[in-house]
Ligand binder design. Structure first.
Ligand SMILES: NC(=O)C1=CN([C@@H]2O[C@H](COP(=O)(O)OP(=O)(O)OC[C@H]3O[C@@H](n4cnc5c(N)ncnc54)[C@H](OP(=O)(O)O)[C@@H]3O)[C@@H](O)[C@H]2O)C=CC1
Ligand SMILES: O=C(O)C1=N[C@H](C(=O)O)C[C@H](O)C1
Length: 269
């Protein structure tokens, strides 16, 4: 029992944090050994089971990530970009596998992860579900088969608390489409259309975002040309799919060499 990998969840009170704590606590393959929240959070110093509305489970929520990570084999982190960069430094110090589900990174954040990956395994993906990772591969294949007369649009919908757009998943899908087509995504992105935009740029990959209510996450990749359209779609109805993927990644990473990996590596896709 105690040989099972110990896992710490950061942002433990968040939408994904709570789902991750429950998923790891219920797993027979891992132990929940820590929960981190930011300093001043009302959960600090309290039993995680109790504050989550259940029985005490002996995991005391802490604002000291180094202390928590030092007792663990993996950290699962769905928080915010600047917090994740800091957690990556600490996970590297503690030689913990760092599973990153956080989205909304800028280039500087991603650059900061590189030195950390020299010391520890990082598994990062904008979407940890099996379904979206399969959809990403399908998108790459379809884009490879079609020429630039097929307009590609990525349309995503999420809950009204989401802070970043396009979603991490939309960017994954857009990148796969660009790779399939053999073009650079950054040079061929069209997003945020409003007003007199002019006609669509030939060959561009477009992004649109919808925000509303409690939508967990929905993604369409639309391929449109004269006379026909193809739509590839994924609909998430339960955050458990992301948590299961993240736990799988944490276990997969245990015997890997330091470096940056993604869910395609974990799932062998
Ligand atoms: N890759 C994937 O499969 C998925 C990725 N996500 C991504 O995960 C991230 C979190 O999403 P969600 O759970 O909905 O968001 P929430 O806002 O519900 O949760 C984020 C949590 O992180 C905490 N946090 C932020 N900064 C720190 C810090 N410095 N130290 C400790 N805790 C911190 C927040 O605390 P506080 O409230 O005090 O700020 C909050 O508890 C987003 O980037 C989202 O896009 C979501 C689902 C799936
Ligand atoms: O913020 C969310 O909720 C989600 N974020 C991820 C993203 O940005 O794609 C994954 C999922 O769609 C839910």
């Amino acid at each position: 029992m105690t040989d099972l990998p110990g896992i710490v969840i950061t942002g433990a009170s968040g939408r994904m944090g709570q789902m991750l704590c429950a998923t790891v606590a219920a797993s027979e393959k891992a132990r929940l050994v820590g929960a981190v929240e930011r300093s001043g959070h009302p959960w600090i110093g309290r039993d995680l089971g109790e504050v989550s509305g259940g029985q005490p489970n002996g995991v005391i929520v802490t604002d000291d990530p180094l202390e928590a990570f030092s007792k663990a084999q993996a950290v699962i982190d769905f928080t915010a970009p600047s917090a994740t960069v800091e957690f990556a430094r600490i996970a590297a110090q503690a030689r913990c596998v760092h599973v990153i589900g956080t989205t909304g990174f800028e280039k500087a954040h991603l650059d900061a992860l590189e030195p950390c990956a020299r010391h520890a395994v990082i598994v990062r993906a904008g979407n940890m579900s099996l379904g979206v990772n399969l959809l990403t591969q399908l998108t790459r294949k379809v884009a490879q088969a079609l020429d630039a007369d097929w307009d590609i649009e990525v349309i995503e919908a999420h809950h009204n608390k989401k802070v970043d757009a396009p979603s991490g998943t939309a960017l994954m899908l857009g990148r796969a489409a660009a790779e399939g087509r053999g073009i650079d995504l950054e040079e061929n992105t069209e997003s945020g259309r409003d007003g007199i935009t002019g006609a669509r740029k030939h060959g561009a990959i477009g992004f649109s975002a919808i925000r509303g209510g409690d939508i967990v996450g929905e993604h369409d990749v639309l391929f449109a040309t004269a006379g026909e359209r193809i739509v590839l779609r994924h609909i998430a109805t339960d955050r458990a799919i992301f948590a299961r993927g993240a736990l799988k990644a944490a276990l997969w990473g245990q015997d890997k060499k330091p470096g940056q990996y993604d869910m395609m590596d974990v799932l062998g896709l």
